[in-house]
Design a protein around this ligand. Sequence first.
Ligand code: PLP
Length: 388
Amino acid sequence: MTIQTENLSQGTIAVRGGLNTDDQYGSVVPVITPSTCYRYEAFAKPREFDYARKANPSRRLVEQTIAKLEGGIDAILTNCGMSAIHLISVALLTPNDLVVAPHDCYGGSYRIFNSLSQRGYFKAKFVDQSDPIALKEALSLRPKLVLIETPSNPLLRVVDIQEIAEQAHQVESLVLVDNTFMTPILQKPLELGADIVSHSCTKFLNGHSDLLAGILVFKDQQLATDVLWWANNIGTMTSSFDSYLLLRGLRTLSARVKLQQDNAQKVVQFLANHPKIAKVYHPSLPSNLGHDIAQKQQKGFGSLLSFELVGDADTMPTFLQSLKIFTLAQSLGGVESLVCHPATMTHSGISAEARKTAGISDQLLRISVGLEDIADLLADLKQALAKV
Ligand SMILES: *Cc1c(COP(=O)(O)O)cnc(C)c1O
């Protein structure tokens, strides 16, 4: 069941993932395969699939499509982004192994590395990867795994994947890039030297905020096979129905990412010139940390941005309650525009002092710009800003 996608562009790969793979009826859209088990052809002759904990056709189509999009050789689809991170930790790390992660990595990744290392499963160190001295120091400990997340959450700081991967490889570390914020449409970490790419497919890859899934994409087949052994061992699989929905969401990935990015660029311009906005964070802005790296490393600046509202604690609820289109909710990457207040939502688990050190003020908001008409989005922001 291979997809013929040699030399095709990403938009085409995404649109056509899994089409025309049904040999029984010739259905254009692939069938959903809920079966947990597969009939042997004969005694001691299993087919491509035997038991669905390890692999099944619905999942396989998504894995092949996302692997092609990222330029990888194989992929493993899991039931959410965190289970993908958990899976790679379990598969790779033993008690003496060290994982080095960004100090401002996704909260869930921080929590899983922190809690599992406290229990002695492995060691974890969090560093500011934009600081060359701190990075060098951490790499001198010869970590087994280095996690990179760029742009970061919520300040959209960009680090150099190629540079960090080169240094990590000198000490024989494996490099994992969480590419959730960029998607393969805007950033190809495997081409920049990473060994593994992870995603929360819950976000842009599905794009419709109606399922949880995660994925690991590999450059090396042996590593993929070893990690699949662990995936089957602990049971990290996604359901057939969610796999089907995800494949459907992927068909519009390229179009969505580009249009959401166009919308976001206009929101950035609007906010950057507004008197009630103190600061805007977006990789397109020269003031953003790593703007020059983003220009060479990314094919676009993406549709996530953050900004600081002028005023005090009272302005925040007034502004948020006045918004009519932007929904106050925690996720990102869907077709609908969302707004998030990191201090009370995504980053509330971090102490106020640590938030301050990280540059996450109480006046900071993060926006995931969706696919609504840009005129309506700008009008919504404008009327809400007029109330504060
Ligand atoms: C959401 C997210 C995750 C976790 O994914 P889930 O699907 O929610 O488990 C991991 N990394 C990043 C960057 C995310 O945004």
